[in-house]
Design a protein around this ligand. Sequence first.
Ligand code: SF4
Length: 136
Amino acid sequence: MKKVVHAACPHDCPDACGVLITVQDGRATKIQGDPAHPVTRGFLCAKVAKYLDRVYSPDRVLYPMRRVGPKGLPAEEGARATQANEAFERISWDEALDEVISRFRKIVSEFGSEAILPYSYGGTLQTPWTGASSTG
Ligand code: SF4
């Protein structure tokens, strides 16, 4: 069965572009701007217009991964290490959350709670290490 779902872009730009998503048999098959949106009138930026490519990409990360290889490798070497499963290892969600919490606690004890304050803000616009917003 095919249907069109009315939605809003999940990114937190002020305009909150209206989105129409065509869903067929439980799978999104098309994404487009909603021409009835009073502000964005059918517009989607280049990033979100390609959203389905990202959602259904075979390269999409679906599970928490912990780095086990070195950082800062040249691009080709890093890609090779990732392909060979030498750069990251899969961990459970519980392990991932425990690790994040323990690191947050360590940061708070060393530098104060202001050091993690940027993480309290929402979403995709936040640049966590500075608290500065980016666009889109
Ligand atoms: S990220 Fe793109 S599609 Fe989403 S609200 Fe911002 S401009 Fe619109």
